[in-house]
Design a binder for this molecule. Structure first.
Ligand SMILES: NC(=O)C1=CN([C@@H]2O[C@H](COP(=O)(O)OP(=O)(O)OC[C@H]3O[C@@H](n4cnc5c(N)ncnc54)[C@H](OP(=O)(O)O)[C@@H]3O)[C@@H](O)[C@H]2O)C=CC1
Ligand SMILES: O=C(O)C1=N[C@H](C(=O)O)C[C@H](O)C1
Length: 268
């Protein structure tokens, strides 16, 4: 499968280039960075710490998309929405790992998904998607007298909060409870905030060092606590999940899909 990596010089971009090189049946057809990036003109494989492969980083996305079958996109919300338009034009599978998308961005992805398959997830790992299924079940089993709190920690360079994974886990908890996350969500506490509202789903974001991604969902009841956690030790698991998603999406009818669809966890 011919794959384009956008945001090629980023932490995930470089990891994706390596994952594509290591996956049988996949080939890196292009690598894209933003106009003016110092990475333009460099060999993409070298950026990823591999021997030169001859794919030179460019800022010209559409011709690259037209020649490809899929695009792996871990960039920023604005860039992802623009790439979704181009992937729809080229009718290629778009794998979106970018987090921090707001309702306006999601609406634009839904529009693009009328023309091409888009697989979007705040976390491409098997472990987190399995965790989400478990959280949905536990939330559906326990009553609202069990308070739900989601804590995450990431490296100091992360720009969005709460993390996409924390939101994904919060959505699973809200679904399990049959409530709307937008109504239940409490993401900021500072000062005299008062007692915890009944039914709230709380979020705490920690930032520091080089942490790849830690997530914990806490169900706090009267006199007991249940904690479900995931620790990502290496970004390559996200990249391998993204390549798996692209292969799954090849030739699939247009629509918006999730990693749970890819992994067959949607029925759990
Ligand atoms: N779903 C998942 O499993 C995972 C999701 N993520 C998410 O992926 C995203 C990226 O994370 P990370 O790699 O750490 O971030 P980085 O900042 O390291 O990488 C993002 C890259 O995208 C580039 N970029 C931004 N805009 C454009 C554009 N218009 N055209 C081309 N390239 C562009 C950036 O360039 P520049 O630096 O010049 O702005 C940068 O090189 C985040 O939203 C993060 O939360 C991360 C890991 C796993
Ligand atoms: O920015 C990151 O690094 C990560 N982002 C994703 C998120 O927002 O949940 C996934 C992973 O935790 C790493």
């Amino acid at each position: 499968m011919r794959l384009v990596v956008v945001g090629a010089a980023g932490r995930m971009g470089r990891t994706l280039i390596k994952a594509v090189a290591e996956t049988q049946g996949c080939v890196l057809s292009a690598a894209i960075e933003r106009p003016g990036s110092p990475a333009i003109g460099q060999d993409a494989a070298v950026l990823a710490g591999l021997p030169a492969g001859g794919v030179i980083v460019t800022d010209d996305a559409l011709p690259a998309f037209v020649e490809a079958e899929g695009v792996l996109d871990f960039t920023s919300p604005e860039a992802t929405v623009a790439f979704a338009g181009l992937a729809a034009q080229a009718r290629i599978t778009h794998v979106v790992g970018t987090t921090g998308l707001e309702p306006g961005h999601l609406a634009r992805l839904e529009a693009a998904a009328r023309h091409a398959a888009i697989i979007r997830s705040g976390n491409m790992s098997l472990g987190v998607n399995l965790l989400a299924a478990l959280v949905r079940k536990v939330a559906a089993t326990l009553g609202t007298d069990w308070d739900i709190e989601i804590a995450e920690m990431h490296h100091r360079m992360k720009v969005d909060a709460p993390s996409g994974t924390a939101v994904l886990l919060g959505e699973a908890a809200a679904e399990g409870r049959g409530v709307d996350l937008a109504q239940a969500r409490v993401a900021v506490r500072d000062g005299q905030v008062g007692a915890r509202p009944a039914g709230a789903i709380g979020f705490t974001a920690l930032r520091g060092g080089t942490v790849v991604g830690d997530h914990k969902v806490i169900f706090a009841g009267a006199g007991e606590r249940l904690e479900l956690a995931h620790i990502a030790e290496d970004r390559s698991l996200f990249a391998q999940g993204a390549v798996k998603a692209a292969l799954w999406g090849r030739g699939r009818k247009p629509g918006l899909y999730s990693m749970a669809d890819v992994l067959g966890l949607d029925k759990l």
